[in-house]
Ligand binder design. Structure first.
Ligand code: ADP
Ligand code: MG
Ligand code: ZN
Length: 484
């Protein structure tokens, strides 16, 4: 850290739970529907409407808690968080306060090879607010439109301990959080659509100092890149303030992506007092150990465990295992291909090379490979064909491309295009003879000891066979014929 200061960072992340209906009513949670389509008296906050808890949301929140190594509380309590805002028709949000769903978890991060646990203070459930859209001319705040489709959508808030010490660590924490939540089907990780949102609390202190410095809270950061930039900007700004002999003011600051700086939004003095109190409409949320156990049993293998297993079971490098385990769909794709072909290393290479390049070109989402034209069985068959020398590695590249474009099985492509490898020695000898006949000069040079042009002959034979000749046989035959 610059000028003997150390940063202290804690992240508060909101994640929308992947339920079909809202937290306390049966309205749809679908993103992008026409404004105010998905509303009812409960999520519009009409008088007399009563909340009914969505069980699926609770199950997903418990999954998240277990995936993030938290202790799930046997009882947690719904609380009203009171504040006024046009997109909050009840005048309060139903959240959890002093008795949250889960506590005491951690995420393991790794920055520059150093592994570190970042504590998770708490995970609590709450409902989302609606959305205000500001629009108009000449200034964009002339009209405000209200869309209550998001009102009542289930969220979890994941609050980290102030254990993070750099923007790089914050970035890795977020990346892993997103990965875990996606793996366990709790959240879709879409920061652009706002289904995963993050606020960063940042302070600085002199190295060696025990006490934390005064923190600011950064809001409005909607991408990983911005999180890192906003934190870096804020660290530098706070150090400058301290170095100038002034004090950091506790406040909320907004990240302005266009100007790449944080700007003050409200100070502590204006900060809300939410006057939390237990929601009288809802009983305690009681979770018996049995139901928590059930959720635990339904959990898939988590990304970190899967990476470690890939290294051990398939002898992959840490790097390869990391790439292949970025999403559950990709990891499963790899594992199926590896098992079907019995060639994990080839499977990894093909997927990380040609296939991922193809997905990238087509902007395919690596969370959903069910629409991929290439299936594990197809790739495994192709790997076996190379292994059996039915096709050469070079031809395999063509087959792969064709599979991506047409979704045809490799055997069909090979037949259709006549791509079978020529291993028949008689056939290769014929072609080699012809190539030598057609190139008397280089052949003569070779015989006089200038054997550096051997590759030229190999190239000619390959050209004559459309790349289908078995390279090893070509080498052998050529050496013999050129010498003779
Ligand atoms: P609030 O409810 O006002 O946001 P919390 O105590 O719940 O306050 O803390 C919110 C977040 O701020 C947590 O992620 C925590 O780790 C972080 N945090 C607390 N103190 C500091 C500090 N001095 N510097 C940086 N982050 C901090
Ligand atoms: Mg906060
Ligand atoms: Zn509703």
């Amino acid at each position: 850290m610059t000028r003997n200061y150390e940063a202290v960072i804690g992240l508060e992340c909101h994640a929308q739970l992947l339920t079909n209906s809202k937290l306390f009513c049966s309205c749809s949670t679908k993103f992008g529907d026409a404004p105010n389509m998905n509303t009812c008296p409960v999520c519009l906050g009409l008088p007399g409407a009563l909340p009914v808890l969505n069980r699926v949301a609770v199950a997903l929140a418990v999954r998240a808690a277990l995936g993030l190594n938290c202790r799930v509380n046997a009882e947690s309590q719904w609380a009203r968080k009171n504040y006024f805002y046009p997109d909050l028709p009840k005048g309060y949000q139903i959240s959890q306060y002093d008795r949250p769903l889960a506590q005491h978890g951690f995420i393991e991060i790794s920055v520059e090879g150093i592994i570190k646990k970042i504590g998770i203070q708490r995970i609590h459930m709450e409902e989302d607010a609606g959305k205000s859209l500001h629009e108009g001319f000449p200034d964009s705040s002339r009209y405000t439109y209200l869309d209550f489709n998001r009102s009542g959508v289930p969220l979890i808030e994941i609050v980290s301990e102030p254990d993070i010490r750099s923007s790089a660590e914050a970035h890795d924490y977020l990346r892993r959080l997103k990965e875990i939540l996606e793996y366990i089907d709790v959240n879709d990780g879409n920061m652009e659509e706002g289904s995963l949102r993050c606020d960063a609390n940042v302070s600085v202190r002199k190295v060696g100092e025990q006490k934390f410095g005064t923190r600011t809270e950064l809001k409005n950061i909607n991408s990983f890149r911005f999180v890192q930039k906003a934190i870096d900007f804020e660290i530098k700004r706070q150090i400058d303030v301290l170095e100038a002999g002034r004090r950091v003011v506790q406040e909320t600051r907004l990240w302005n992506a266009d100007e790449e700086r944080t700007v003050s939004m409200r100070s502590k003095e204006e900060a809300h007092d939410y006057r939390y109190f237990p929601d009288p409409d809802l009983p305690l949320l009681a979770l018996d150990p049995e139901s928590i156990k059930q959720v635990a049993h339904s959990m898939p293998e988590l990304p970190e465990a899967r990476r470690k297993r890939f290294v051990q079971e398939y002898a992959l490098s840490e790097y390869d295992a990391g790439v292949l385990a970025t999403t559950r769909a990709l990891a499963e794709f790899f594992e199926e291909t590896a098992k079907l072909s019995g060639q994990p290393k080839s499977a990894a290479n093909w997927i990380m090379g040609d296939l991922l390049r193809f997905y990238k070109d087509r902007n395919t989402d690596l969370k959903d490979l069910s629409t991929s034209p290439v299936k594990p069985k197809m790739l495994a068959d192709m790997i076996s064909l190379v292994e059996k020398r039915t096709i050469s590695g070079k031809i395999a590249k063509m087959v792969m491309e064709e599979m991506c474009l047409t979704a045809k099985a490799p055997q069909a492509i090979i037949e259709e295009k006549g791509l079978l490898q020529i291993s028949n020695i008689d056939e290769i000898e014929k072609i080699v003879s012809r190539v030598i006949e057609e190139n008397p000069k280089p052949a003569e040079q070779y015989r006089q000891g200038k054997t550096g042009n051997f590759g030229f002959f190999v190239g000619q034979v390959m050209k004559a066979t459309g790349g289908r000749a078995n390279p090893q046989t070509v080498n052998e035959v050529l050496k013999k014929r050129l010498a003779g």
